[in-house]
Ligand binder design. Structure first.
Ligand SMILES: *Cc1c(COP(=O)(O)O)cnc(C)c1O
Length: 388
């Protein structure tokens, strides 16, 4: 008799993953570089907080790695998103577009500005915003007046879009930017999951007016908690830095603030961890690619599933490896999740779609057929770099 799909997947995973480790998480950090040395240095010198050399150094290393000109380190990726929206002038009566299939951070950040999230669909090819579908939707549902895009139904301005690189796979940035330009919508890249991912040979983060990174514990490089805004625009970079440091005017002893600011600066002790982690990113990326290839091989001949592969225009960091269930096997998803997790292998479904969450149910949205379909078919696999 043919073996059942959940058992088959479990066995395949057990074949690939290291034996003897009791619980394997979805994405866990590795600290094998100078983490201890740098963090100890912060403690020994007393520079653990707001000021210190590691924050500046970390920002510089980020710009070196991504080739984006400016980086401002923040307490987390969500704060980086919040600052980005503030910096481009998102206001309470505005709408901001975001994919329905995303981690909640960008949608929360829109709400922190008292703006309204407006959900858009994703593409099967990238799992991120579907530029073609977006273009058709905007054509039918918006009008441009005085250089501003208005939602015909709500009469509110659609100011920006936060496009997320899902599981590290870049969205089709050229196509998306073209749509954004046509409709006067500012592009913000949520590259929280995509440090080390390239679109047509260039690191992500160059297409958005502002882009953000996250250094949460489950990301490819971690500072414990942390994030950054990256941009090629000097004026915006300065504005973000100012907003993230309580809008305090630089002065040796005086405290003067010229507007309401935020305490969103990354502490030095976290940046120290980040400096040590960034030194190892190329090794992490290589290992993660090897793991993705291995998954690809072992699952190739199993009927009912496909391993998600980077789009042809991209080189992905494969932050989270992904299985897509064939339509006829959707009913087995929960059994697959159950049997793997019961055996200590951390697999997960994709996030519940944003439009289904109670606080966002009434938000405007386009037809979300792709996201609604994919929501039932995605399973993420353990993807830590040390697994291989
Ligand atoms: C991790 C993540 C963020 C930022 O999360 P923080 O925990 O605030 O650093 C934002 N967007 C996406 C898609 C993420 O995965």
């Amino acid at each position: 008799m043919k073996e059942k799909l959940p058992n088959l997947i479990l066995k395949s995973l057990q074949n690939v993953l290291p034996k003897g480790k009791k619980n394997i998480g979805l994405h866990e950090p590795t600290f094998k570089g100078k983490e201890w040395q740098y963090v100890k240095n912060c403690i020994d010198t007393g520079w653990v907080s707001y000021l210190g050399e590691y924050v500046n150094r970390f920002e510089k290393e980020i710009t070196k790695f991504t080739q984006v000109k400016y980086a401002v380190a923040t307490v987390n990726g969500t704060a980086a998103l919040h600052l980005s929206l503030l910096a481009i002038g998102v206001k309470p009566e505005d709408e901001v577009l975001a994919p329905a299939m995303t981690f909640i951070a960008p949608v929360n950040a829109i709400c922190y500005c008292a703006a309204t999230p407006h959900f858009v669909d994703v593409s099967y090819k990238t799992l991120g915003v579907d530029a073609e579908k977006l273009s058709e939707y905007l054509k039918k549902n918006t009008l441009i007046r005085g250089g501003v895009c208005f939602n015909r139904k709500t009469s509110r301005p659609i100011r920006a879009i936060i496009a997320m690189h899902t599981f590290g796979h870049p969205v089709d940035l050229d196509s998306l930017l073209k749509v954004c330009r046509e409709y006067k919508i500012t592009l913000i890249e949520d590259a929280a999951e995509a440090l080390g991912s390239y679109y047509k040979g260039k690191h992500v983060g160059h297409w958005g007016k502002l882009s953000i990174l996250s250094f949460n514990g489950n990301k490819i490089v971690t500072t414990g908690g942390g994030g950054a805004v990256i941009t090629n625009n000097l004026i915006l970079a300065r504005k973000i830095k100012h907003l993230s440091t309580t809008a305090k005017m630089p002065h040796k002893w005086e405290f003067y603030h010229d507007q309401i600011g935020y305490n969103y600066r990354l502490p030095n002790i976290n940046a120290a961890l980040g400096c040590a982690q960034l030194e190892q990113i190329n090794r992490f990326l290589k290992k993660k690619r090897n793991l993705a290839e291995k998954y690809s091989k072992i699952f190739k001949d199993i009927e009912g599933i496909k391993v998600f592969h980077e789009p042809e225009f991209a080189r992905s960091n494969y932050w989270l490896n992904t299985l897509i269930l064939d339509k006829n096997y959707i009913s087995q998803r929960d059994d697959i999740l159950k049997i793997t997790n019961q055996n200590g292998i951390g697999t997960r479904p994709v996030w519940t779609l944003m439009n289904k969450l109670p606080m966002f149910k009434k938000c405007p949205k386009m037809n979300l057929s792709n996201a609604t379909d994919l929501e039932r078919r995605i399973i993420n696999l353990p993807s830590s770099s040390f697994l291989i």
